[in-house]
Design a protein around this ligand. Structure first.
Ligand code: NAD
Length: 699
């Protein structure tokens, strides 16, 4: 290069194109004729029964491949294969399973550039991100869970893998989220059927190729079925599926929860979010501006925990917004394989339409937008410029709805408590970040965020060793960390232990004196309340003898109970674990004083003592309830959080927090124990409870 050219470049300091080659990926696609069946029982199935759908490159709409649409036969075959593999896989010693997970991690690492290019092509996200984030996370996940497979028997000696897991994943981090499902499941001895998103199945299919040809994972341990929502629904409904591990929208999460209610299927839901990004006046503003870029424009804002609600302290609001706009002007878009771009393509026409529609709604509701000056984007693909909304308030649609695109809304606050209120004013609770140089302010505000993850002076930072997951409509269960492992651990519940260990007890002599009827009331907000509808229902003995009447709650009673539980939630959660334990001990003591009375009532309701059902008398049920109260009281302050050093020079402080108000429907089976078990475990952890007793409600 001659001196003039060098001078020219230095004066301009402009970016030249720096494309990554897609040759190897195209070659891999051609080796399959760009046509994929399902990966079931260690082999490819085909041809598709009801046809194939196209999967494209959203940056230029080129068709990359065609992929089979999963039918009921395909789902049945995949579940059957997983079921057949389950016994031998789950009975392998943990260290042998670990060896496979290590092998998968290594095989992906050896092919990491191919995976990064394919992921970028199929999703539209910049190669810089798939190369430096998605694929390194995928590899780390397998290494991390290989470690868990190794130590599982020691850490969770009571764990028994339950069966087949159905993993259903979205399109925003197609392979990374798939490995959040696959790695912990196979580490813990489950087998899995996984469905990638309709639009981004290719990287998961490349993984299948690797499992079959390089890793030689035993057939049936991992099965991949491709398809749309209907295929996912077939997996959810399948009777031989033990549990569902779902990541996706809150809307579909709710449908899955409804579909599985009462089925006993283990369920983990990782859903949507609208996460706050709070900047205090004493924050390092340069870092905070870069933090915003990473929080909302990483992956075009297609990030469940994107910092999509920017809250800035009023005294620096104007300055911060000006600086942010100046930074937005420097963002670059282009073809996703160009290593020097910041913003890639929106992943589909549907998603682009949703973003456009929500921005129009925001404008109609009075918001103002800023988009970078002189913004240039490719013409053929699905692109949308980075967008900043100001002049909005908490009631606006764009402030409440998850846009799932490069759109940020910005509001100001005056005091830390206003920031907390604004931040928590959402139906979601996935993540938040707090930006301040004052550690006291940062920690105090972080503690009060109703969010699964709170970053301090950072955002969108992940590691396999750090638990991640939501509150409220962002779902429940965790990915990563000990918490992520615990999400698939299947230990016999304490209740089961009591059930197994109960011994026959001398039968209780039932006092046959006539039952004295009393007005039963609800316990709401510490007071005994009469049913609002002035109605009640009968409790009868197995011989159909009337034992008493209990209140029949209507909508208003439930509302009052929820309101009372909500009101008590914050102060109860703030109580020390010691105090909560003391309350359970006190309850246990009182139950012990009145144990004969309780046992008598249980006997009348269920006749258990007379029939010897469950090999246990009613006295034994009361005794077990007392033991259980002691057990949970003892656990109250043994359930500490952890401080975890994770590789990326950060310290993760994981604390166990209450969920909030929990609604519990007690089972009919054990009238007292069925109430005490869920109630004690919930309140001892700082939750408040609205509980409906089972049909034998007198005890
Ligand atoms: P989506 O809910 O539309 O689809 C997710 C998956 O569910 C897809 O594989 C889809 O085919 C399948 N599906 C659709 N209907 C189904 C049904 N009735 N039964 C079973 N499966 C069904 O979500 P999406 O558009 O692919 O992804 C975006 C959403 O995912 C956003 O809301 C985002 O916040 C959320 N997300 C959450 C996390 C998290 O960890 N919390 C991570 C990434 C994405």
């Amino acid at each position: 290069m001659n001196n003039d050219k060098i001078k020219q470049y230095l004066e301009k300091l402009d970016y030249g194109p720096a494309p990554e080659s897609d040759a190897k990926v195209k070659e891999w696609l051609r080796s399959y004729g760009s046509l994929f069946g399902h990966y079931i029982n260690g082999t490819w199935q085909g041809p598709a029964k009801i046809g194939y759908f196209k999967t494209i490159n959203p940056a230029n709409l080129e068709v990359l491949a065609r992929v089979a649409h999963g039918t009921v036969e395909d789902v049945n075959a995949a579940v059957e294969a997983a079921k057949n593999a389950f016994l031998s896989w789950s009975s392998l010693p943990g260290y042998k399973r670990a060896k496979y997970l290590y092998a998968i991690a290594r095989a992906i690492a050896k092919n990491s550039r191919k995976f990064a290019v394919l992921e970028s092509l199929n999703n539209g996200k910049p190669i810089r991100e798939t190369r430096d984030f998605d694929i390194p996370q995928v590899i780390r996940n397998f290494y991390y869970y290989a470690g868990w497979a190794e130590i599982l028997e020691k850490e969770y000696p009571k764990h028994e893998a339950g069966g087949v897991i159905a993993g259903i994943v979205p399109w925003n981090f197609p392979l990374m989220i798939a490995t959040w499902k696959i790695a912990p499941a196979i580490a813990a001895g489950y087998t899995i059927v996984l469905k990638p998103s309709k639009t981004t199945p290719l990287s998961v299919l490349m993984l299948a190729d690797l499992l079959m040809n390089e890793v030689k994972l035993p057939p049936g341990v991992v099965n991949i079925v491709t398809g749309k929502g209907d295929t996912g629904d077939l997996m959810v409904q399948h009777p031989d599926v033990w549990g569902i591990d779902f990541t996706g929208s809150t809307e579909v999460g709710k449908k899955i929860r409804t579909a599985t209610a009462g089925s006993g299927k283990h369920l983990k839901l990782e859903l949507g979010g609208k996460s706050p990004f709070i900047v205090f006046a004493n924050a390092d503003l340069d870092s905070a501006i870069e933090g915003v870029v990473n929080a909302i424009w990483f992956n075009q804002g297609h990030v469940c925990c994107a910092g999509s609600r920017l809250l800035v302290e009023e005294s620096i609001y104007q300055e911060f917004v000006q600086r942010l706009k100046a930074r937005m002007d420097k963002l670059r878009s282009g073809q996703q394989l160009d290593k020097a771009i910041d913003i890639g393509a929106i992943h589909s026409q549907d998603q682009l339409d949703t973003i456009i529609e929500l921005v129009e709604t925001g404008l109609k509701e009075g918001g103002e937008i800023y988009q970078p000056k002189g913004w240039i984007q490719p013409e053929n693909g699905y692109y949308y410029p980075p967008t900043l909304f100001t002049n909005v308030n908490s009631a606006n649609t764009v402030v409440q709805e998850e846009i799932f695109g490069p759109v940020l809304v910005c509001m100001s606050f005056r005091t830390p408590s206003e920031a907390i209120q604004l931040a928590n004013n959402t139906r979601y609770g996935l993540a938040a970040s707090v930006w301040s140089q004052d550690i006291n302010v940062a920690l105090d505000v972080a503690r009060q965020m109703k969010a699964g993850t709170v970053w301090i002076n950072d955002h969108n930072r992940f590691d396999a060793a750090a638990g991640f997951g939501g509150y409220r409509e962002s779902g429940y269960g965790r990915e990563g960390g000990r918490e992520g492992m615990a999400s698939v651990i299947n230990e016999n519940l304490v209740m089961d232990r009591f059930r197994r260990e109960w011994n026959p007890e001398p039968k209780l002599k039932i006092d046959n004196a006539e039952y004295v009827d009393r007005t039963y009331r609800f316990l709401i907000g510490g007071k005994l309340a009469r049913p609002d509808g002035a109605t009640s229902f009968e409790i009868r003995s197995p011989e159909n003898k009337l034992l008493g009447l209990v209140g029949d709650a209507n909508r208003k009673d439930v509302r009052n109970a929820v309101e009372a539980a909500r009101k008590a939630a914050d102060s109860w959660a703030d109580q020390s674990t010691h105090l909560r334990a003391q309350i359970l001990y006190f309850l246990a003591e009182n139950l012990a004083i009145h144990y004969k009375r309780f046992a008598g009532v249980i006997a009348k309701q269920t006749n258990v003592a007379l029939k010897g059902e469950y090999n246990c008398s009613c006295l034994c049920e009361v005794k077990s309830a007392i033991e259980l109260l002691f057990h949970y009281a003892a656990m109250a302050d043994k359930f500490e959080g952890t401080v975890q050093p994770v590789p990326e020079r950060m310290l993760v402080n994981a604390v166990k927090e209450p969920i909030g108000v929990i609604g519990i429907k007690a089972p009919d089976e054990f009238p007292l124990l069925g109430v005490i078990a869920p109630l004690a475990s919930a309140i001892v952890m700082g939750n408040t409870v609205v509980m409906i007793a089972g049909k034998n409600a007198l005890s």
